[in-house]
Design a protein around this ligand. Structure first.
Ligand code: ITT
Length: 185
């Protein structure tokens, strides 16, 4: 079985390859532009994205929309995470969080999978905190400033450990169950 991972972000493809390797599902990176609608729900972004890709004739693919939702910022940057990362970046979030005691945040990941004409949509979450400064060289995006255990950032832990606790890892566990049931893998 082969699925195209449609994303501009190679970091995501690497995570998917690791998490599906043992099921014999091959993940192939594809950069295919599609419109992402602006809404407060990750799942709606994914559903509409899948429709747009199918209308281009695409089959057997995965897309995901993720975001970091900071409690003290009332869920910001949330669905705006990509834009905020590209503009003010991690330093911008750290500046907004200066002097803020409540450091709670949650990473969410909604995956949409089109396979054999079926649609599977799952959402995973990973609660954690925003660190006081960025740390670590691994990973991508908000990894240096997010910690699931309050000690090490996602950019300090290895991919294996990140996948076992992350929002994408959580969503993938749910997707694996659904794919196993579907393909009797
Ligand atoms: P595509 O939409 O092309 O897949 P993207 O990087 O823009 O790529 P998202 O919209 O899903 O991906 O992600 C929103 C933002 O959240 C983006 O800036 C990512 O870097 C960041 N992000 C997503 N997953 C992350 C993770 O596991 N660790 C750190 N940052 C993450």
């Amino acid at each position: 079985m082969r699925l195209k991972v449609i994303t501009s972000n190679p970091g995501k493809v690497e995570e998917y390859q690791r998490m599906f390797g043992d099921l014999g599902i091959e993940m192939e990176h594809a950069r295919i532009p599609y419109d992402e609608i602006q809404t407060s729900e990750l799942e709606e972004v994914v559903r509409k994205g899948m429709d747009a890709l199918r209308s281009q004739g695409l089959k057997d693919f995965i897309i995901d929309d993720s975001g970091m939702f900071v409690d003290a910022l009332k869920g910001f940057p949330g669905v705006y995470s990509a834009y905020v990362q590209k503009t003010v970046g991690n330093d911008g979030i750290l500046t907004l969080m200066e002097g803020v005691e409540d450091r709670g945040a949650v990473f969410k990941c909604c995956i949409g999978c089109d396979i054999d004409g079926e649609t599977i949509i799952v959402t995973g979450e990973c609660p954690g905190v925003i660190l006081k400064e960025g740390r670590g060289e691994k990973g991508f995006g908000y990894d240096p400033i997010f910690s699931h255990d309050g000690k090490r950032s996602f950019a300090e832990i290895g991919l294996e450990e990140k996948n076992s606790v992350s929002h994408r890892g959580d969503a993938v566990k749910l997707l694996r169950e659904r794919l196993k049931a579907l393909a009797d893998l």
